[in-house]
Ligand binder design. Structure first.
Ligand code: GDP
Length: 443
C-alpha cells in the first residue's frame, strides 16, 4: 500500500479468506491464527530458516475491516529489497498481486462503502488543496451519499403511496387525492435535484480549479501577467501533469482554490498562417474555459479581432485587463467600459490584487470555501442526476396529460433506479472495472 521506494517503513496489505494463514506461514513470532483481532504483533518474516526482516503485523478479522474480509498489514522496513522480498514470499505462498483499486473495489462489492464513497477515496488521494481534501473526506464519510439517499427515500414514499392506490382501487377517492399530492412532492424532488446540480459547479471548482485562459493580441503583455501572477504567489503548484489534458502553464492558489492558467502565447509561433489561426485557436480555448482574461494594450486602439473576441466571450465569465496603463492612452475606453475591467501595469506592479479580488467576486469563492463542501462532483454522478431531471419532466408530463397512475409510476421508478446507479446500488460491471482501474496500486 505504500509507494515502492526508500523510506522508514513500508506497508504490505493482504486481504481475503486466507490472508492470515498465508502470512502466518512466513512469520516467526506469535501464532497469527490465534491472536486477537485488531492486534499488532511483533516478529520476523522468514524464508525457511533465513530471517528476511523485523516487522509488525496487524491482524484484522472480518467483517470489521475496510474490505470486510480478513486483512493483514505487514509493517516492514521501507526499502525496495525488503519489500520486494516479502511480496515475493507472499506470492510463492498463494497470494496474488492486487489490481489497481482492488481493495476499494472489494470494499464496494462487499457493501462496506457505496460508489460515491469509493470515488471519494480516489479524490482524497488526488486532492491538491486543503479545500479539495475537505470536500473529498465529506464524500468518503457518506455526507454526499446521503444527499442521494434522501432523494431516494422521498421517491420511495411517493411510490408507496401509489402502490396503495393500485392495490386498493375500490377506494375511488384515493386516486384523485394521490395525483394531487404527487404534484408538490415531485416539484420538491425536482428542486432538490436542481440545487445539487447547480452546486456541483462549485464542487468542480474546488476539485479541479478554475480553468483560466489568457487571450489577446501579441505583445499586449499576456506572458508578463502570467509570470507575475505565478511568481508572486508563494503556494505555486506547477506541473499538474496527468490531471488535465490541457497545457497548463501554471497554477496559483487563490484563497484555497486553484487558478489553472493557460497562456495562448504559443499561438503566435505559427507566424505564417498568422492572426487567423491565432484567433481560431483562441476561440477554441474560450469554449473550454471557466474564466477568460482578455488582455488589451492601453497604448493601442481596438482592432476587429478584438471586437470579434469580445463578442465571443460575452456569454462566459470574463475579465478585460487593460494593461500598460503606464503608457499613453490610445485605447478608446468608452467602447469597453460596460464590461468587467481591471486596469493594470505590470512594470509598475499595479492591478494584480484587483484582479484576484474580481475573480473571487465572479466565482463567489468566499462563499464556496466557507460552505460545508458537500458537493456531488464526479462526471458520472452528475450525468446520471441530469438524467433524473429529464425523468422528472416525463413524470410531470404524464400527470399533466392525465395518464393512468401506473404509467406515471413507471417513470417514477426509473428516476429511483437512476439515483440507485449513482450510489452503485445497481451497476454495470465494465463500468466498475474501468472506474477502479483509475486508482493507484494497493488502494
Ligand atoms: P504577450 O505577447 O502578450 O505575451 O506579451 P509579453 O508579456 O511578452 O509582453 C510584451 C512586451 O510588453 C514585453 O516587452 C513586456 O516587457 C512589455 N510589457 C508587459 N506589460 C507591460 C506594462 O504593463 N507596461 C509596459 N510599459 N510594458 C509592458
Amino acid at each position: 500500500s505504500t509507494a515502492l521506494g526508500v523510506g522508514a517503513t513500508s506497508i504490505i496489505r493482504v486481504s481475503g479468506n486466507e490472508a492470515i494463514s498465508i502470512v502466518n506461514k512466513i512469520f516467526k513470532g506469535k501464532d497469527l491464527e490465534t491472536v486477537p483481532s485488531h492486534s499488532i504483533n511483533y516478529g520476523h518474516i522468514i524464508d525457511g530458516e533465513k530471517v528476511i526482516d523485523e516487522v509488525l503485523v496487524s491482524i484484522m478479522r472480518a467483517p470489521r475491516t475496510f474490505t470486510t474480509e480478513d486483512t493483514v498489514e505487514i509493517n516492514c522496513h521501507g526499502g525496495i529489497a525488503p519489500t520486494n522480498k516479502i511480496l515475493e514470499l507472499l506470492l510463492n505462498n498463494g497470494c496474488r498481486l492486487a489490481e489497481p483499486g482492488e481493495f476499494t473495489k472489494r470494499a464496494f462489492l462487499n457493501g462496506r462503502i457505496d460508489l460515491i464513497e469509493a470515488e471519494g477515496v480516489m479524490d482524497l488521494i488526488n486532492s491538491k488543496t486543503e479545500q479539495a481534501r475537505n470536500m473529498a473526506i465529506n464524500q468518503v464519510n457518506g455526507k454526499v451519499s446521503s444527499l442521494i439517499k434522501n432523494l431516494r427515500q422521498e421517491i420511495i414514499e411517493v411510490l408507496a403511496n401509489i402502490e396503495v392506490n393500485i392495490d386498493y382501487p375500490e377506494y375511488e377517492d384515493i386516486e384523485q387525492l394521490t395525483i394531487q399530492q404527487l404534484i408538490p412532492k415531485i416539484q420538491k424532488i425536482k428542486e432538490e435535484i436542481k440545487i445539487i446540480l447547480s452546486e456541483s459547479e462549485n464542487g468542480k471548482i474546488v476539485k479541479e480549479g478554475i480553468k483560466t485562459v489568457i487571450i489577446g493580441r501579441p505583445n499586449v503583455g499576456k506572458s508578463s501577467i502570467l509570470n507575475k501572477l505565478i511568481n508572486e504567489d508563494k503556494a505555486i503548484v506547477t506541473d499538474i501533469e496527468g490531471t488535465t489534458r490541457d497545457i497548463v502553464e501554471g497554477s496559483l492558489n487563490v484563497d484555497g482554490i486553484l487558478l489553472n492558467i493557460i497562456d495562448t502565447a504559443g499561438i503566435r509561433q505559427t507566424e505564417d498562417l498568422v492572426e487567423k489561426i491565432g484567433v481560431n485557436k483562441s476561440l477554441e480555448l474560450i469554449d473550454k474555459a471557466d474564466l477568460i482574461l482578455f488582455v488589451l494594450n492601453n497604448n493601442q486602439e481596438l482592432t476587429e479581432d478584438d471586437r470579434l473576441i469580445l463578442e465571443k466571450i460575452e456569454e462566459k465569465n470574463y475579465i478585460i485587463i487593460v494593461n500598460k496603463i503606464d503608457l499613453e492612452n490610445r485605447l478608446d475606453i468608452k467602447e469597453i467600459e460596460n464590461n468587467p475591467i481591471i486596469y493594470m501595469s505590470i512594470v509598475n506592479n499595479e492591478g494584480l490584487e484587483e484582479l484576484k479580488k474580481k475573480i473571487k467576486e465572479i466565482f463567489n469563492l468566499e462563499k464556496i470555501v466557507t460552505s460545508d463542501l458537500t458537493y456531488l462532483t464526479n462526471a458520472r454522478s452528475i450525468s446520471l442526476l441530469k438524467q433524473c431531471l429529464e425523468g422528472i419532466k416525463d413524470i410531470e408530463l404524464g400527470i399533466e396529460q392525465n395518464n393512468p397512475i401506473d404509467m406515471v409510476e413507471i417513470d417514477i421508478k426509473r428516476v429511483w433506479s437512476l439515483l440507485g446507479e449513482i450510489i452503485g446500488e445497481t451497476y454495470d460491471e465494465e463500468l466498475i472495472d474501468q472506474l477502479f482501474s483509475q486508482f493507484c496500486l494497493g488502494k
